[in-house]
Design a protein around this ligand. Structure first.
Ligand code: ATP
Ligand code: MG
Length: 399
């Protein structure tokens, strides 16, 4: 237990029943790093504030209407929420009211998945685990607390969180929980796009993003927010590819460095292929000029999800420049023009290279030759960029 929590416990007194809850318990038991500590207590928010302040701690009333107070512990904000139960969900997003002062067990029962519904007493003592979360952690299973059809009817975000946690942790979704998702797409549709973007980004940056993406496709969630991607599934490619477009895309996402821009670009980079596919006289398919279609579809997706400007710009630049790039037979002038276009689109050469390498590897064939070729291209571009930085106005004028 993090020592500052013990001092907080002392400040609040033994009757506080101070516990760590939610993601922090799950991640501690899994031995994974976690960004924050979420705490819960029996005390009402006023009492938490008074006692913490009396002990000299800085307190911010961040969400009193939900029962939440934030306390600064060694410059880190820690949220303390009074045990609460949720009133009726009428809009598929949030409860109409919350009731404070319930038991810990009742507080845990409002949580989404069993692995997120455990509590660890700060002052020592056994794990509180009324729904078998620890056993599900061991079995690497994601299971809704209670009846999944009811839980997904209350809050549509939970369907997406199921796919996100499966991707982040590499877990299976329990059969009943999985089967409830397609039944609740109408509720899922009501989720605010900002939250959808946040969950999808976490899914893409997970340990097994391909698992999460397959779940989206299988459950129908894909068709709510990423319908443009559906035609990729089963779209066959030419002899340079081992996989059809969707499998290639899943591979590209998996192989791209863990980073929102690179992973979103990997997801969207070939979206235009199905629409550009033509059959040649030799029986080989080609996707000539698919980047324009991919770019348009990528922009449509990112705009629907209200992606921030910086993310949108980088993803679109990667999609635009993933297809046409220098090969061994390009001259220096063409390479410099290429570098200049990357610069104009605000794209970093290192990130472009990391993305291209993932895309090359995701083709699944001739890997060693592709990696060698890629290393040579990147080394040449880096040398040219170092010799004549392409970004300055002066360099533009000289060219
Ligand atoms: P992470 O912070 O790593 O994304 P987390 O599990 O901590 O994962 P949060 O969104 O921080 O997720 O939520 C904290 C806890 O609140 C969860 O572990 C869960 O117990 C509960 N929770 C969050 N969102 C929901 C929801 N939509 N429905 C029910 N319970 C939820
Ligand atoms: Mg959290």
């Amino acid at each position: 237990m993090w020592p500052p929590l013990l001092r907080l416990q002392a400040a609040l007194g033994s009757g506080a029943e101070l516990v760590v809850v939610g993601g922090a318990v799950r991640d501690e038991l899994l031995g994974r790093p976690h960004a924050d500590w979420d705490l819960a207590t029996k005390l009402l928010p006023r009492t938490v504030m008074d006692r913490a302040r009396a002990a000299g701690l800085k307190v911010i009333p961040t969400g009193l209407q939900h029962g939440t107070v934030t306390v600064m512990l060694e410059d880190r904000p820690v949220e303390i929420t009074t045990f609460r139960s949720d009133g009726d969900y009428l809009d598929g997003r949030r409860p109409e009211s919350v009731q404070l002062g319930v038991s810990l067990e009742e507080d845990l029962s409002r949580r989404d998945f069993t692995i997120n519904a455990m509590a660890l007493p700060v002052g020592g003592g056994d794990l509180v685990d009324p729904f078998g979360g620890r056993a599900d952690l061991v079995a690497r299973t994601l299971r809704a607390v209670g009846d999944p059809l009811l839980r997904f009817a209350e809050d549509g975000l939970r369907t997406l969180r199921a796919c996100r946690f499966a991707a982040q942790l590499g877990f299976e979704v329990e059969a009943g929980t999985l089967a409830a998702i397609p039944e609740r797409l109408e509720v899922a549709r009501k989720v605010a796009v900002e939250r959808v973007l946040a969950e999808l980004t976490k899914l893409l940056c997970g340990e097994e993003p391909e698992r999460g993406l397959e779940l989206l496709a299988e459950t129908g969630l894909l068709d709510l927010w990423l319908p443009e991607l559906r035609p990729m599934i089963g779209c066959g490619q030419n002899r340079h590819h081992r996989w059809e477009v969707w499998r290639h895309t899943l591979e590209a996402v998996r192989l791209a460095p863990v980073d929102p821009g690179l992973r979103w670009a990997a997801l969207l980079h070939d979206a235009g292929k199905p629409g550009a596919k033509v059959m040649g006289t030799d029986g080989e398919v080609s996707f000539h000029g698919h980047e324009a279609g991919s770019l348009e579809l990528a922009a449509t997706v990112l705009d629907r999800l209200k992606a921030a400007h910086a993310l949108r710009r980088e993803v679109l630049a990667l999609v635009r420049h993933h297809g046409t790039h220098p090969a061994g037979d390009w001259g220096d002038a063409a390479c410099r023009r290429f570098l200049r276009r990357l610069g104009e689109d605000g794209l970093d050469l290192v990130r472009w290279g990391a993305f291209r390498l993932a895309d090359q590897r995701a083709k699944g064939l001739d890997l060693e030759a592709r990696e060698r070729e890629h290393a040579a291209i990147l080394a040449r571009l880096e040398a040219l960029a170092a010799a004549a930085p392409p970004l300055t106005v002066k360099a533009l004028a000289l060219d």
